[in-house]
Design a protein around this ligand. Structure first.
Ligand code: LMR
Length: 394
């Protein structure tokens, strides 16, 4: 049977995790996979999460099945967190899914049931796993212009021109905030224009919301999502609790669908639940119950928000320190964009040979396209990193 198979390509982000782990150099720096790290270089369990887990352990009464849509309290709490009172909830449905990736997967399957072989437009560039998820779901992937390699900002006019040319059979994948891999984000005024374009063309917005709270704060980061979903009759959102709750390995996310009306929402949700039942049957509870416990409890919720603020501010501080260090050492403002970017990542625009050199010579690991995870920068090594980068690009 298996002799028909050839070796599948590895995932470049996860492969780099393995390479870094195998590097014996104590001075190595991991700017690869998108996991938050604190001053000690540790990906911590948030204190609100620890407390929620203690409660769950003490109070849990059953391990019976959750049901296909998952933990209901989690679903309601996530809708409150993401949408607030922006939309009439009778048009909105949610299903828990395994991580942001699982949410993307079931929603792309849903799109393919509605419009087999539809085209999904993704930003150029985008998170490398978007393409396989879409293609494995039967969709056709095309790109819209996004990153400007010169300015390290967004090629907004070209992006908008492409979106303006789409039609109602097209799907547009948008990063709700904290663009991965570039770190370059739309301004609120640009989101307004994107929302107006989608409303005009009828293309379906599909928002990947994996980093809510990692850019400028929970409310600020939701601006684009809320603007878009308020402007259109139908939309999809893939929410992740991996980063903002630090629950990476619990695989907790949610697929949110917004339909024209309640009747259409019921029909569409029935298809979504049918997809879930036919793939992994129903989701696991632990991560969902943690998030429900935190969001439903005022004290735990404010503890979580304060912790999230600390994480975000640390990333912003590291951005400022690195761009200042490079400017001071080189007398050039070429890397000032690092401070202007938001979220976990910045695409530095370095040649692949430079990326490879930094890894071989300095033990500095970043993704091959020169994406760095700013949370991975040890605060006391900012100067080392700046010097190594400047030496490598000379
Ligand atoms: C990343 O982009 O590094 C994260 O989203 C982790 C992953 O699964 O790729």
């Amino acid at each position: 049977m298996f002799e028909t198979l050839t070796k599948a390509p590895g995932d470049k982000i996860l492969a780099l995790m393995g390479e870094y782990a195998a590097d014996p150099r104590p001075t190595k720096i991991d700017l690869g996979v998108g996991v938050y790290k604190d001053e000690a270089g540790v990906t911590p369990i948030m204190s609100a999460v620890k407390k929620a887990e203690q409660r769950i352990l003490a109070q849990g009464k059953t391990k019976t099945y959750l049901g296909i849509a998952g933990n209901k309290g989690f679903g309601a709490a996530v809708l409150d967190l993401v949408l607030g009172d922006t939309l009439d909830r009778s048009r909105v449905r949610i299903a828990q899914a395994p991580g942001g990736t699982g949410s993307l997967w079931v929603l792309m399957q849903l799109v393919n049931r509605a419009r087999p072989g539809a085209t999904i437009w993704v930003s150029d560039p985008t998170w490398p796993n978007h393409n396989p998820i879409a293609e494995n779901s039967g969709l056709v992937v095309k790109t819209y212009p996004y990153f400007d390699a010169e300015t390290r900002g967004v090629r907004f006019e070209e992006m908008l021109a492409t979106l303006d040319g789409l039609g109602k059979d097209d799907v547009v994948l948008l990063h709700g905030c904290c663009h991965n891999p570039t770190g370059a984000n739309l301004t609120n005024a640009q989101w307004d224009q994107v929302a107006a374009s989608l409303a005009k063309t009828g293309a379906l917005p599909f928002i990947d919301l994996a980093y809510l709270g990692f850019g400028d704060g929970l409310a600020a980061d939701a601006y684009g999502t809320l603007k878009v979903v308020s402007a259109v009759p139908e939309a999809l959102i893939a929410f992740s609790g991996s980063k903002n709750f630090g629950l990476y390995r619990e695989r907790i996310g949610a697929a949110i669908l917004i339909a024209r009306d309640a009747a259409q929402a019921d029909i569409t949700q029935s298809q979504l639940l049918n997809i879930i039942r036919g793939s992994y049957s129903q989701p696991p509870d632990h991560g969902a119950e943690i998030i429900r416990t935190i969001l439903e409890d005022a004290e735990l919720r404010s503890e979580w928000e304060a912790e999230l603020d600390l994480m975000r501010n640390r990333m912003i501080r590291l951005r400022e320190k690195l761009s200042t260090a490079i400017r001071t050492k080189s007398n050039a403002a070429d890397f000032d964009f690092i401070a202007a970017h938001r979220g976990m990542f910045s695409l530095l625009g370095l040649e692949n040979a430079v990326v490879e050199h930094l890894k071989a010579a300095n033990g500095i690991y970043m993704i091959g396209d020169s994406r760095i995870n700013v949370a991975g920068i040890p605060e006391d090594r900012v100067d080392d990193l700046a010097e190594a980068m400047l030496a490598a690009i000379k």
